[in-house]
Write a protein that binds this ligand. Structure first.
Ligand code: F6P
Length: 368
């Protein structure tokens, strides 16, 4: 029986949202279902901004940043009356399943919308897709947009490093991430920055200033030829970046006296630049996979679930141990790696078997 699936994107947009919309729509359409797009997130849901989505409309959006469905932050959705209105509206539109693509706030909205105490026996299946450059959503390794944002930051840092190097200057680069330091930390590693400041470290203002000043003085002492310093600062660090710069300048003045004039600091706030742009290949893939799985979850009758991205294997006991320094890493026995690789290459492992048939059920989708 044909079903109706509605999709909305909400909260801060992230590159790859369009890939998720496209995949969800194409998979649903290929299976003969009706797809509705809700414009402007939960605000549009309350205002009745809904229209059918066709394959033609979504076919070429894969490479576009932002979201074709537009997004919004909606305070009204915090009220029970607004959510009652939203549920009644979706029922009226004949919606069987709702897919919400967004971050923490958006998934909270979906959880409230589908709360059994509030929604009673409302039959609409609700599925969330994690999408936020901040990577602050638990129980998924990654959310849509993180990879692109990280690449954007790294590219910007590389450019800044060139001019910092030419002038022997210090740059404090502020990156988005709300209260989460993930983007700052990962892009600091990937760009080879000299230091990173992030909220999780919970430092006093005094400690922050000290650490920047110490880094600058150490680099200047050690690298006479290249006095460049790049410090990445997460926006969630409570001291504003311009204030941090002034405090660092003051402290440098005290520490170095007249020599302070040789030490120049600059700040760059990357801001919303980090959120825009064409999605990376990985975000296109992640969005597409999430969209595909989300639609199938709705059709299978799943409800109140988030699609999550985790490494695809549970290691059998005795093969390896999780690295104590990094919970995303396992220390795996080398012979076990070689044996598993042989199985993979010869099509003998579950992963190999999954890969061999992964596209079988997608032929119609690709033909649309
Ligand atoms: O959650 C995504 C995000 O880009 C955060 O990194 C940032 O703090 C916030 O949204 C900015 O929100 P707005 O675009 O509403 O100013």
């Amino acid at each position: 029986m044909s079903k109706t699936i509605a999709i909305l994107t909400s909260g801060g947009d992230s590159p790859g949202m369009n890939a998720a919309i496209r995949a969800a729509a194409m998979v649903a359409l290929a299976k003969g279902h009706r797809v509705l797009g809700i414009r402007h997130g939960y605000r549009g849901l309350l205002d009745g901004a809904i229209a059918p989505i066709s394959a033609d409309e979504v076919n070429s959006i894969l490479r576009e940043g932002g979201t074709i469905l537009h997004s919004a932050r909606c305070k009204r959705f915090h009220e029970v009356a607004a959510r009652d209105h939203a549920r009644a509206f979706l029922t009226e539109q004949g919606v069987d399943g709702l897919i919400v693509i967004g971050g923490n706030g958006s998934l909270t909205g979906l959880t409230l919308l589908s709360d059994p105490h509030e929604a009673k026996d409302w039959p609409v299946r609700c599925i969330g897709i994690p999408a936020s450059i901040d990577n602050d959503i638990a129980l998924t390794g990654l959310a849509i947009g993180v990879d692109t944002a990280m690449n954007t930051i790294v590219e910007a840092c590389d450019r800044i490093a060139d001019t910092a190097s030419a002038h022997g200057r210090t740059f404090i680069i502020e990156v988005m991430g709300r209260d989460c330091g993930y983007l700052a930390m990962t892009s600091a590693i990937a760009s080879g920055a000299n230091m990173v400041l992030f909220p999780e470290a919970v430092r006093t203002e005094e400690e922050l200033v000290n650490s920047v000043v110490n880094t600058i003085l150490t680099v200047r002492e050690r690298h006479r030829e290249n006095q460049k310093v790049v410090a990445i600062k997460a926006e969630g660090v409570p001291t504003p970046t311009d204030r941090l710069k002034s405090l660092v300048d003051e402290r440098l003045c005290e520490a170095t006296g007249e020599d302070h004039e040789d030490i120049e600091t600059r700040i760059t706030v990357l801001g919303h630049v980090v959120r825009g742009g064409r999605p990376s290949a990985f975000d296109r893939l992640l969005g597409s996979r999430f969209g595909n799985v989300a639609v199938r979850a709705v059709l299978d009758g799943e409800h109140r679930k988030m699609i999550s991205w985790l490494p695809p294997m549970d290691l059998p006991p005795g093969v390896g141990v999780r690295a104590s320094a990094d919970p995303y890493c396992y220390l795996v026995d080398l012979p076990a790696v070689l044996a598993a690789t042989k199985d993979l290459l010869e099509g003998q492992s579950p992963l190999a078997r999954w890969r061999a048939t992964a596209f079988d059920d997608l032929e119609d989708v690709f033909l649309l």
